[in-house]
Every structure is written in C-alpha cells, then in structure tokens.
Design a protein around this ligand. Structure first.
Ligand code: GTR
Length: 328
C-alpha cells in the first residue's frame, strides 16, 4: 500500500528533478529548510553557499528550497539519506529516532545557558554527535542555535506543571518529547510544524512549544497568546549533508564545504540573537501574554524518569556527563 508519506516524498523528489539532472555532479548542492526565506537558518546556509562559490570560482554553490516546500523535516531527511537532496537544515528532534546520540542535546534541562549549549556543541561533544550520523548516510556539518523552547497555549499562563494537566500539547516527531509531555501531566500530539497553526485554531491541540522566532513566524501567537518561559529545551538545529554526495567530492572540496559550514555558525548566531530579541519585542507589542516561571525545578524534577528511559547506552551516559561537567 502506498502511504501518504511515500506520495509526499515522491512529489518532493519530482519537484527536485529539474534542478537535479540525476548524476550531474556539476549541479548546485541542493539544500532545504523548513523555515521561510530570511529566517536565520536559511540566511546562514545561503551565506555558506556564497563562501563556497567565492572559494571555488562558482564551481560549488548552493540552491536553496526554503519554506518547507519539499515537505516535513522527517520526509526531507529521508530524501537526503538516499541522496535526492545534498544539504538539509533540520531540528535535531527528527534525528532522535535515527541515532541515539542525538537524544543527548535534545534532553530537557540539559543545558544551563546559551553559553553552556554553545560551548558543548562547539567542542568534542558536538563533534561526537555530528560524527554519529555517518552510519546513517548523513555527514553532520555543524549546529545552529535554536534558542530556548517554551510552552505556549490558547488557554492560560503556565506557572506549574499542574497548569498543564489535561492540555493537548503538540510536540515534534520524537518519542523523547512525547514522554516529556506525559511526565508533565499533559497529552502529547506529535505533528509536523506546518500543521500546528491550523490545529491550534481548530482546537485539535491546546498548545505547543517553541522558541520566540518560530512562535512568531508560524503565526501561532494569534490563536495561542499565552507564552510561558519554561525554557525546557535548548536542542540545536543541525546542518547535514548527504553522505553519497559527500563521497563524490574531492578531499579538497570536502575541506572547503566543512570550513564554509563552520564559518556560517557565528554568522547565524549573530542573526539569531537579533531575531530572538526582535521577535520577543514585536510579540509583546502585539499583546502576547508572556510569563516567567518562578520555580523551574518543579518542571525539571519531573524529567528524571524521562532521562532514565532515553539515556541508556554507555556512550550516551558519558556524553551527558561530559556536557554536565563543562564550566560555562
Ligand atoms: C523550530 C525548528 C524547526 C522545527 C520546529 C518544530 O524551532 O527550527 O526546524 O523543527 O522548531 O517545532 O517542528
């Protein structure tokens, strides 16, 4: 039986065909992002493309398909692993089902601050997570910031986990986040980002969780104006490349690609910090009711069984420890 996902993946692949000219290695690197043009992740990959082009006299460059036009992150990842797409910027959550090491930076309340998160991902911990993607047909190029994810909903401010009782909360497609929501006493509904706005409007869900820029760019604040600063997850975005395309690059070109990706990180962070501040200010100006949460430990205390369930291998445990021990 042909599933809806297979049809979607098929139509995305068909959309790529004109740009692809299968087997033509002179074609641009085909890149995709769920976010619209102008979003910091999209701008960063465009910047990377400019660096590539400048450093190879236009031999290497990037063609970007932004705005989720090729489907959900889960679907485009599948296309990337079989080589239909070359570069993909995704959240780390859809990689959780593929590679257990990606669970670690996705853990609720792991990172103590933005500085801590950046230090971990810029160092050996980050390198280990990126390298863990290789057996899955993906080359991890770099991490981008995704800020602090917070809960928002259509009903009321969340001050304690008790306030979430019975609420239907959308999560990304990751079992870890389904368990996180259940541990907080709410009901989890995994769905793709593009379905969230309509689901909030129709009351299919009561809330979701995300950073300020995504809350703004998806328009979710209109149906769900209560934004509670739980800062429960600081999981990063990841930029991956299809291993099959990577293997066709010369060693010299691989270095150029890796270097351009690394240089796009500080570029992205500058845009990101500004975007977070602008989104916050604009949304507060539009009447979003944001509230601080006095006792975050009431939320983090409930995460112990979630960590225990998902951090199981020795490698994961060692990675958690090495990140916890960083002094940022
Ligand atoms: C955003 C992230 C997206 C997407 C989204 C989501 O913060 O940038 O890649 O994963 O969250 O909630 O699905």
């Amino acid at each position: 039986m042909t599933t809806r996902r297979q049809i979607l993946i098929g139509s995305a692949s068909a959309a790529l065909l004109p740009a692809c000219k299968a087997g033509n290695l002179n074609r641009p690197l085909l890149a995709t992002d769920h976010h619209p043009e102008g979003y910091p992740t999209v701008a960063a990959v465009r910047h990377m493309g400019e660096l590539l082009s400048a450093r190879t006299d236009g031999r290497l460059n990037v063609k970007m398909f932004a705005g989720g036009q090729l489907g959900s992150e889960r679907d485009t990842l599948e296309i990337t692993t079989f080589g239909g797409l070359d570069i993909n910027r995704v959240a780390i959550a859809p990689l959780n089902a593929i590679e257990p090491m990606t669970i670690v930076p996705s853990l609720p309340f792991l990172f103590r601050s933005t500085a801590h998160m950046r230090m971990a991902l810029d160092g050996p911990a980050g390198d280990e997570i990126l390298a863990s993607l290789k057996p899955h047909g993906l080359i991890g190029l770099c991490f981008y910031d995704s800020g602090e994810r917070c809960f928002y909903n259509t009903k009321k401010p969340i001050l304690t986990p008790e306030d979430m009782k019975g609420m239907k909360i959308r999560v990304q497609n990751s079992d870890l986040y389904v368990s996180m929501i259940k541990a907080l006493g709410a009901d989890a509904t995994p769905m793709s980002l593009s379905e969230v706005y309509q689901s909030l409007v129709q009351g299919v869900i009561d809330g979701a969780e995300n950073n300020w820029p995504s809350y703004q760019s998806g328009g979710h604040y209109t149906p769900a104006p209560y934004y509670s600063l739980t800062r429960h997850v600081m999981a990063p975005e990841v930029l991956v490349m299809s291993a099959s395309r990577w293997e066709k690059l010369s060693t010299g070109d691989r270095d150029i690609v890796m270097q351009a990706a690394k240089e796009s990180v500080p570029f992205m962070r500058d845009l990101w910090d500004k975007r977070v501040n602008d989104a916050r200010a604009a949304l507060l100006g539009e009447g979003v009711k944001a509230n601080e949460v006095a006792d975050l430990s009431a939320f983090s205390a409930k995460m112990k069984p979630v960590w225990d369930r998902y951090v199981v291998t020795d490698r994961q445990k060692a990675l958690v420890k090495s990140i916890e021990n960083l002094e940022a």
